[in-house]
Design a protein around this ligand. Sequence first.
Ligand code: PMT
Length: 402
Amino acid sequence: MLKGKHIILGITGGIAAYKSVVLLRLFVKAGAEIQVVITPSGKEFITPVTLSALSGKPVISEFFTANTGQWNSHVDIGLWADAMVIAPATASTIGKMANGIADNMLVTTYLSAKAPVFVAPAMDLDMMAHPTTTRNIEQLRADGCHIIEPGTGELASHLTGKGRMAEPEDILAEIERFFYNNKSLEGKKILITAGPTVERIDPVRFISNFSTGKMGYALADEASRRGAEVTIVSGPVDISPSERNIKVINVESARDMLSECEKAFPDCDIAVMCAAVADYAPKETAEKKIKRENSDRMQIELVKNPDISATLGRLKKENQLLIGFALETDNETENALRKIKNKNLDLIVLNSLNDEGAGFGKDTNKITIITAKDDIQSFPTKSKREVAVDILDFIETKLHPQ
Ligand code: PMT
């Protein structure tokens, strides 16, 4: 897929720069032509000799080549590229890119590049979580950059948290996917629910669950990459889609989610119910904060929430597909089969909290897909992004959306 593609590999000054060597090798192996542009501090972490030996081209770092005075044109390199990949991208470079501070060759090249730009942040967890970094990353996203999310794990500081650069294999996969012109869902409208619902007890308290929206948003991104027109009806989450053309409708409670889904469903071809909807909500929401001094005990009467997928299942027309998820802790397959029937689903994606690496909040999931016609396929633990690919591949090949 990358054969003959021109890729600028931007390397900045972070410890993850050692992984860029692996990434460079993977790109070259995949047939791409690579021009490395490295910041001055990047060279403190990895030598240009290694990079030019692997890429077969002189590495560019300065505006002028010291001994010849030759000018390195950021405009020409920017125009040459089919893609620019900045990995690792430090907080400093991200900040410069977001604010147009073009004081090195890498950022000037970025500003000249017409091609899609992929940014793989890598930094310590506190830098990653800092509002400035969050704001700058959001700005890059708004400017059209593709952010390759960092992973969570042990960092160079020996602290553990979010900030590890995505693995080179995952970055390669992301770029390959981009060039893989699979528009198999073009013309299709897809509704996806994601995240938790929040059911208010009073103005400061609520009932909810641990869903982060990662699975639902990964599905939305993949469907959008395949050309679908995607709407996410999302409970409160801290993430946003990576793809630009996705419509997000934010809701809070199950009732709000139902009402938005009822509006969107008649017009859609496929609906995927990935949200973790609270099954019960307080019968009444107190207008004022319930005071603890008033009583030693507190009883909240809960009432059943509407079942969104079952409601859509009743409305479903022949040319529509309704996909559910089942999050189970016991009798997994039996429960999933029951849900297919009760909710009139075409297919259910089963994930079990008994499987390590599956379920809420994780970057990975382990799923079994079961269709209404008893076709069952289990998959190994994969990133949620890859799981989204598997689910959509399955839907496309086995259910043939009309
Ligand atoms: O968001 P993440 O942190 O990435 O986690 C992903 C996930 C674990 C939330 C996701 O993979 C998942 O399993 N989502 C469904 C969770 C769930 O509520 O499962 P359930 O078995 O209780 O519900 C079955 C199906 O009915 C689901 O499609 C659910 O969206 C739907 N439902 C449930 C209750 C309700 N009142 N209305 C519904 O539509």
